[in-house]
Design a protein. Structure first.
Lengths: 353, 313
C-alpha cells in the first residue's frame, strides 16, 4: 500500500470528509452506547438536547467552550510553528495560580489597588506565567535539541504538584476546612455574567476576540509569516533569513500566554478560586480542537463549541440513561482520529500495490 | 542541622534488601515500556500512544483475569490489546503518513477513554475496586532480590538481552535499524519500510500493553483510574536517556526506579521534612534533567518522526 498525492482535491470529497468522519465517530460511539445497554437513538437525542437543545444547555456549552477556545488557540499557534506544546494543561494551572496570587483575598483583603489596575495586573501575571512555563522547553529545544513534547508533558505533572503544594501552603483558603482550595478572588475582579441566571460570562468575548487577534496576527503580520515559514520548513526559513530562534521564542510566549489566560479566565469567570480539579484536561482537549479546526484560529471558535457541546451533552445524557460519562472522551478522541484520516484521504489516494 | 540524621536514614534505607526489591519492582513496567518505545523509535516512529496503551493493557489484562482467565492469558490479552492499538498507530503514521505526535496523542486519549468507559460499563456500581489474585513471588528462585519479584519482572529482564540480540545480531534487526536511519536506502535493499515499521510498532506496543498489565496483575491487584500516572511519558524520556540502546534502557530504568524508591522511603522515614509534593515531583524533574544532560550527545535515529512515502524524496 502506498500513498499518491491527488493532483487536485475534489470539492465533493472536501465537503464530505468531515461528514464522513462524524458519521464514523457516531457509529463507534453507538456501539459503545449499546454495550452499556442504553437505547442509541434516545441517547443521541439526549446528548444533542443536553448540549445544544435549550438556552440553558447552550449557555453551559458556551461556558465550557471558553477555556477550550483558549487552549485550542494555544495549540494552534504552537503547532503552526511545529512547536509541539503538549503542556497547555500545566500552563493553564500556573496561569490560574498567578491570577489568584495577584487578585486573591490574601489575609482577608488582598492587594489594595484600584480594581481595574489589579485586573490588568492579574491577567498579565497569568499570561506571563503561562508564557514563561513554555519558554523553558522552547529554549531547551532551540538551544539543546531537547524534544519539547516530553518536557512539556512532564512539566504538566510537576505543575500540578506545585499547585497542590501552594494550595496546602501560601495560597490555602483558611476557611476551606482542610479541602485543598485557594483563597477566593476579590469580588471586583470576577467577570460579569453574559446572560442572567446562567454561568456563561464575558470571558467568552475575551476568547473570541483573542481568536480574531491571533488570526489577524498569523495572516497579516511579518511575525505571523515567520511563524508559518518556520512551521512549513525550518531550514528553508533559516536560509530565507527568518530569525528562527526568535520566532520559536515568540510562539512559545504566545502559546503559553493563551493557555495561562485560559486558567485566569476560568478562575475569574467561573470558579472564583483555584482547585486541583478545575480543568478536566482542557489543555489536552485543546490539541484535539486545534486539529479539528485544521490549525485555523477562527475554526478553533467553532471546534471548541462542538467539543464543549459533546462534553456537556454527554454529561446530561449519561445521567439520564446510565451511560458512563467517559463516552464524551471517546467521542472526542475518535473524532480527532477520524477527522485526521478523512483529511488525509482528501489529499492522498491509496494505491494497493 | 540534621545532616547526620539524614545520612543515617540514607544508609539505613540502602542497607535494607526490601529497598532493592522495591527498586526492581518499580523498574519493571519502565523496562517493558522503554523497550517498547525503543523498538518503535529504532524503526523511526515516535509512539506517544504509550500512556494510553499502558492504561488499556492494565485494564484488559486485569479484566480477562477477573473473568476467570489464567494470569498469563491476561498478560497475553494485554499484549494483544497493545498490538491492536499499535496497528492503529501504524495505519495512521505509516499507512497514511499522518503526524506521529498527533496520532500518538489521539491513541492515548482513545485508549484511556475506552478503558475507563469499559471499566465503568463492566462495573457500574462498585465502591471498592474488585480485585484478583496477582502473580506470586518466585520463591523457587534462589537469587536474593529476584526471588521476591514476580515472573513478569524476570520476563522484563530477559527481554533486554533478547531485544539487544535481535537488533544487533539478526538480519531483521539490522533492517529495522536501517529503516529508522535511512528508509530510502532500506527500500533500495529490497526491505519494505512500511512492513518493518508497522511490525516494530505492533511489537513495541504489545510490550507497552504488557507493561501496563504488570500494574494490575503484579504490582497491584485491581484497576484504578490514573494508575499509569505518567509512567508512559517517563519511558519516552528514558529512551532518549538510553541513546536507544536496550542495555542502557535497563540501566536508565533501574536508576530512575532507584530515585523513585528512595524518595518514597525518605518521605516515610521523616528524616527530611519536606512537603510530600516535592518528593513526588522528583521523578519528573529527574527525567527532565536527564534529558538535558544527554541532549548534547543524543543520537536520534536519523529518520525518527519523518514519515516515509514511497517514491517521494
Amino acid at each position: 500500500m502506498r500513498l499518491e498525492k491527488r493532483a487536485q482535491q475534489s470539492a465533493i470529497a472536501l465537503a464530505l470528509a468531515p461528514v464522513g468522519a462524524l458519521a464514523f465517530t457516531l457509529l463507534i460511539s453507538a456501539l459503545l452506547v449499546r454495550w452499556a445497554g442504553a437505547p442509541v437513538g434516545q441517547a443521541y437525542g439526549l446528548l444533542l438536547k443536553g448540549g445544544f437543545g435549550s438556552v440553558f444547555a447552550l449557555s453551559e456549552t458556551l461556558t465550557r467552550a471558553i477555556p477550550l477556545t483558549l487552549t485550542g488557540l494555544a495549540a494552534t499557534v504552537a503547532f503552526k510553528a511545529r512547536l509541539f506544546n503538549i503542556g497547555a494543561e500545566g500552563q493553564l494551572y500556573v496561569g490560574a495560580l498567578a491570577a489568584v496570587a495577584v487578585g486573591g483575598l490574601h489575609g482577608g483583603t488582598g492587594f489594595a489597588l484600584p480594581a481595574p489596575l489589579l485586573f490588568v495586573l492579574m491577567m498579565a501575571a497569568a499570561a506571563l506565567a503561562g508564557a514563561f512555563l513554555l519558554l523553558g522547553p522552547a529554549l531547551m529545544k532551540a538551544r539543546l535539541g531537547v524534544d519539547e513534547v516530553v518536557t512539556t508533558l512532564l512539566l504538566n505533572f510537576i505543575v500540578l504538584l506545585f499547585v497542590s503544594l501552594m494550595l496546602d501552603g501560601p495560597m490555602k483558603d483558611p476557611s476551606a476546612m482542610g479541602w485543598p482550595q485557594s483563597v477566593a478572588l476579590q469580588d471586583e475582579l470576577t467577570l460579569a455574567k453574559l446572560i442572567a441566571q446562567t454561568r456563561v460570562h464575558t470571558g467568552l468575548l475575551w476568547a473570541w476576540t483573542l481568536a480574531v487577534i491571533v488570526w489577524a496576527l498569523m495572516k497579516f503580520t511579518v511575525q505571523g509569516f515567520n511563524i508559518r515559514a518556520v512551521g512549513a520548513n525550518t531550514r528553508a526559513a533559516m536560509f530565507a533569513g527568518v530569525p528562527v530562534t526568535r520566532t520559536v521564542v515568540l510562539v512559545a510566549m504566545l502559546s503559553g500566554a493563551l493557555a495561562g489566560l485560559a486558567g485566569a479566565i476560568e478562575v475569574a469567570g467561573r470558579t472564583g478560586y483555584l482547585t486541583l480539579d478545575m480543568s478536566p484536561g482542557y489543555g489536552y482537549t485543546g490539541i484535539v480542537i486545534a486539529m479539528l479546526a485544521a490549525l485555523h484560529p477562527l475554526g478553533v471558535v467553532f471546534a471548541s463549541v462542538f467539543v464543549a457541546g459533546v462534553l456537556v451533552g454527554a454529561d446530561s445524557m449519561s445521567r439520564a440513561v446510565g451511560v458512563p460519562t467517559y463516552i464524551a472522551d471517546v467521542i472526542v478522541a475518535a473524532s480527532l482520529i477520524s477527522v485526521l484520516v478523512a483529511t488525509s484521504l482528501t489529499q492522498y489516494r491509496i494505491r494497493w500495490k | 542541622m540534621n545532616a547526620d540524621l539524614f545520612a543515617n536514614a540514607f544508609f539505613e534505607i540502602l542497607a535494607n534488601p526490601e529497598f532493592w526489591v522495591a527498586v526492581l519492582r518499580i523498574a519493571t513496567p519502565l523496562i517493558l515500556g522503554t523497550l517498547g518505545v525503543l523498538l518503535c523509535e529504532r524503526a523511526g516512529v515516535l509512539n506517544l500512544g504509550i500512556e494510553g496503551i499502558m492504561v488499556a493493557g492494565a485494564f484488559t489484562g486485569w479484566l480477562a483475569v477477573h473473568g476467570g482467565a489464567p494470569l498469563w492469558a491476561g498478560v497475553l490479552v494485554a499484549a494483544l490489546t497493545g498490538g491492536v492499538l499499535g496497528l492503529l498507530h501504524a495505519l495512521l503514521t505509516v499507512g497514511l503518513a499522518l503526524s506521529q505526535h498527533v496520532s500518538g496523542l489521539g491513541i492515548t486519549m482513545l485508549a484511556s477513554a475506552l478503558s475507563y468507559y469499559g471499566y465503568r460499563v463492566s462495573f457500574p456500581k462498585v465502591s471498592t475496586p474488585p480485585t484478583i489474585t496477582p502473580f506470586a513471588e518466585m520463591d523457587w528462585l534462589n537469587v536474593p532480590i529476584l526471588a521476591q519479584q514476580t515472573p513478569l519482572t524476570l520476563l522484563a529482564l530477559l527481554l533486554v538481552p533478547l531485544i539487544a540480540y535481535v537488533l544487533y545480531r539478526t538480519p531483521v534487526g539490522l533492517a529495522l535499524r536501517l529503516v529508522g536511519e535511512n528508509p530510502q536506502a532500506a527500500e533500495g535493499q529490497g526491505v519494505s519500510v512500511a512492513a518493518l515499521r508497522s511490525g516494530a510498532i505492533v511489537a513495541g506496543s504489545a510490550l507497552m500493553g504488557v507493561a501496563g498489565s504488570f500494574l494490575t496483575l503484579s504490582a497491584f491487584n485491581a484497576f484504578f483510574f490514573n494508575m499509569v500516572n505518567g509512567r508512559g511519558w517517563i519511558c519516552i524520556a528514558l529512551v532518549v536517556f538510553a541513546s536507544w540502546r536496550p542495555g542502557k534502557a535497563l540501566a536508565g530504568a533501574l536508576l530512575f526506579a532507584f530515585f523513585d524508591a528512595l524518595q518514597l522511603r525518605l518521605q516515610q522515614s521523616g528524616a527530611v521534612l519536606l512537603p510530600y509534593q516535592l518528593y513526588l515531583m522528583l521523578p519528573y524533574l529527574l527525567s527532565i534533567v536527564a534529558l538535558i544532560l544527554v541532549a548534547r550527545q543524543a543520537s536520534y535515529p536519523q529518520a525518527l518522526m519523518k514519515p516515509y512515502r514511497k517514491g517521494e524524496r
